[in-house]
Design a protein around this ligand. Structure first.
Ligand code: SF4
Ligand code: MG
Length: 337
């Protein structure tokens, strides 16, 4: 199947307020040569600790800002990254929507739910009459299981729980009938008891609408339940990816192995019954290096038990491990002397 949204060799550097803005070393190397692809009806988990660059990657894919280098393709066509007019971005957001981590700051407290959802319907002229608009609004609320919809439509955000607000944020994204949904840690700020409901909602929408879903998370074990594909990011670089079962059962990269060994119970998803995982936080571990002066070569070499001299010199090429599983690590791609 063809990818709907692709990132090719994306780099993103931010100017740092710390160093001199004229020197290259004063840039934060937030995303370094990242390539990934999203497919209709498929969820891809982008896994990493905070500070790994995964939120930056989501914002780049949403075109909240543009990459320093690299290409983004939508339906195989390169996006003209120099064009940033309101009209161009509005057209793009009709197809690609982003859901944020914090449902408390993503809704404007002075506006009702009706106002939040009617906005996108009007921008994209989805309704031809008031009656039709009302129907679409109620339908959106039902899609995200806020029922009875008539009771939610005129409420204000402060009258809703965190989980209900995140459902509104999802409904607002669906209002434009997108093909791609980028969900940046969509449940990490919610009560543990409702996280699974929201994730299951995203999964059923993915199936029903054949959405391409990017599920950003710090919890690698949950990726096995929620996403067909898993991609692991460390300090701005992708280190491993492939079918989630493969990556989680046979992690190749030393960093992925560390993440899995640190997860409380990596095998807690029962694949026979497809029983849902308990969602837990990862314990604090070694720090991700600062991205102002990132380590050279493989950025994991400062923590890697297998580091070799070459690891400091170069970033390893992507090595194909078979079955769609790949990694960037010199253990699998021994360089010639
Ligand atoms: Fe470790 Fe080298 Fe592999 Fe990086 S490339 S993970 S430092 S062995
Ligand atoms: Mg983040």
């Amino acid at each position: 199947p063809d990818a709907i949204l692709e990132a090719l060799h994306i780099r993103k550097y931010f100017a740092s307020r710390q160093g001199s803005p004229l020197r290259a070393s004063a840039f934060i190397h937030a995303v370094e040569d990242v390539s990934l692809a999203l497919y209709p009806g498929k969820a891809t988990a982008l896994v990493g600790e905070s500070g790994s660059g995964k939120s930056t990657m989501a914002r780049l894919l949403a075109r909240m800002y543009d990459p320093t280098e690299g290409e983004i393709r939508f339906r195989g066509q390169p996006i003209n990254l120099k064009k940033r007019s309101y009209g161009v971005l509005r057209e793009y957001r009709r197809h690609v929507q982003l859901i944020f981590q914090d449902p408390f700051s993503s809704l404007n407290p002075v506006h009702t739910i009706r106002h939040h959802l009617a906005g996108p319907l009007r921008v994209y002229r989805r309704a031809r009459s008031r009656t039709e608009e009302e129907e679409l609004l109620l339908e959106l609320l039902r899609r995200v299981n806020l029922e009875p919809a008539e009771q939610f439509i005129d409420k204000y955000p402060h009258q809703l729980s965190g989980g209900q607000r995140q459902r509104i944020a999802i409904a607002r994204a669906l209002a434009v009938q997108p093909e791609v949904l980028l969900a940046d840690e969509p449940v990490s700020m919610l009560d543990v008891s409702i996280r699974l409901d929201i994730l299951n909602l995203l999964l059923s929408l993915k199936d029903e609408e054949r959405l391409a879903l990017l599920f950003i998370t710090h919890d690698i074990a949950s990726a096995r339940y929620f996403a067909e594909e898993t991609v692991v990011m460390y300090a701005g670089q992708l280190v491993e990816g492939g079918p989630s079962d493969e990556v989680i059962q046979h992690p190749a990269h030393p960093y992925t192995q560390l993440l899995i060994s640190a997860a409380p119970n990596p095998a807690r998803v029962n694949l026979d019954t497809n029983e849902a995982p308990e969602l837990v936080e990862l314990p604090a571990r070694g720090e991700i290096p600062g991205l102002l002066h990132p380590p050279s070569g493989c950025r994991f070499h400062t923590r890697c038990p297998h580091a070799m001299p070459v690891c400091k010199q170069r970033f390893p090429e992507r090595t194909d491990l078979g079955g769609g599983h790949w990694t960037n690590c010199f253990l699998y791609n021994t360089p010639e002397k």
